[in-house]
Write a protein that binds this ligand. Structure first.
Ligand SMILES: [Zn+2]
Length: 129
């Protein structure tokens, strides 16, 4: 038994829950407020599962965080998803420098244990190979 930390953002298969406008613009996360390209809203914006794949644009290792309770170091990456949107996200441990251009895929990693003893999973990205 596993639980997703943010089930509104991704699926247990590692797909990202984004959306698509009738103008063709793809975005993440899903929202119904308005398309940032054409301004359409409501039914013109439909949910779309994005493949959890993309190319790393840049990454950085955070050694000191403003929140002292936050364990460091950890790695943040900027990824251009195959479906279009660019996301800023956590990369899997161990902390490492990954070359820009590296193909990345989603990975669900345990980040805690729920009250019922089940694993709580959160989404990260890791190099495909
Ligand atoms: Zn649009």
């Amino acid at each position: 038994m596993e639980t997703l930390l943010k089930p509104t953002l991704y699926t247990s298969e590692g797909a990202l829950l984004g959306g698509r406008c009738t103008c063709g613009h793809v975005f993440f996360p899903m929202q119904g407020h308005g398309c940032e390209v054409c301004g359409r809203h409501g039914a013109d914006l439909q949910p779309m599962a994005l493949t959890g794949r993309g190319k790393l644009l840049s990454s950085t290792v955070v050694h000191l965080h403003a929140d002292k309770a936050r364990a460091t170091p950890f790695t943040i990456g900027k990824i251009a998803l195959t479906d279009g949107p660019v996301v800023r996200t956590l990369l899997v441990d161990p902390v490492q420098q990954i070359a820009p251009g590296t193909e990345m895929v989603t990975a669900l990693v345990p980040v805690g244990t729920g009250d019922d003893g089940s694993a709580i999973l959160d989404l990260r990205f890791k190099p495909e190979h």
